[in-house]
Ligand binder design. Structure first.
Ligand code: FE2
Length: 220
């Protein structure tokens, strides 16, 4: 089965990822060449230091989806929701069912479990971005136990592969996805492809997740 990248900032001129459509297409071509069949486009939402042009998302996605389709790539629109101090959590779920979330690297969010449960109560399953980057998220921490009890899917970033933290999480077999979190790098797809060649368990889990995405992406 073709490879999938479940987290990227390739949707052009929306956040601090790729800015130009031509660059996005150039990167899409690299995904195709590296054996990928699909990419989730997940611009930041509510990030404290990243400005997101929400007004561009739908229109640019229609263009991006066509550009990808011409290359034989499937795209899914979603978002990467920063869970900060906002009262209500709102996101654009991937395939209408997956909420990709991120947090402060330094400080554990207040009431983490309750906040994640509020996403679950919207009928969403949760993907947690780059778990290796949160200083407060130890393998045996309460926060990790809470995430696991809620059935969260855990992502690590390909560029952190080889680090002590990622190795620890991989050894514990708790990693569900390795992703690029690509902000514009041409070589990210080939890096991810090489890593997945070595990580059969995660590659297998990713194949199942890819199969769970609906075949017709929803931009309504
Ligand atoms: Fe990201």
């Amino acid at each position: 089965m073709a490879l999938f990248d479940f987290h990227s900032h390739l949707l052009y001129d929306v956040d601090h990822g790729v800015q130009e459509r031509v660059r996005m297409i150039e990167i899409f071509k690299r995904y195709k060449a590296a054996g990928f069949g699909g990419i989730c486009l997940t611009p930041h939402l509510f990030h404290p230091t990243v400005h997101t042009k929400i007004e561009n998302i739908r229109e640019h996605y229609r263009t991006a989806r066509e550009d990808a389709r011409e290359l034989g790539l499937q795209t899914y629109l979603g978002s990467e929701l920063y869970v900060g101090s906002q009262m209500e959590l709102q996101c654009m779920p991937i395939a209408s069912r997956y909420a990709l979330v991120e947090f402060s690297y330094k400080l554990e969010p207040m009431n983490l479990k309750a906040r994640l449960m509020s996403l679950k109560s919207q009928g969403l399953d949760i993907w947690v971005a780059h778990v290796e980057r949160y200083e407060w998220l130890g393998l045996r921490s309460k926060a990790m136990a809470d995430m696991q009890s809620l059935g969260c899917y855990l992502q690590v970033n390909a560029e952190d592969y080889g680090s002590k933290r990622v190795k620890e999480f991989l050894d514990a077999e708790i990693v569900d996805m390795i992703v690029t979190d690509n902000h514009g790098k041409l070589d990210a797809p080939s890096l991810l492809s090489r890593i997945l060649d070595k990580e059969a368990l995660v590659a297998d889990r990713m194949e199942n997740i890819a199969a769970s995405l609906c075949s017709d992406d929803d931009i309504a």
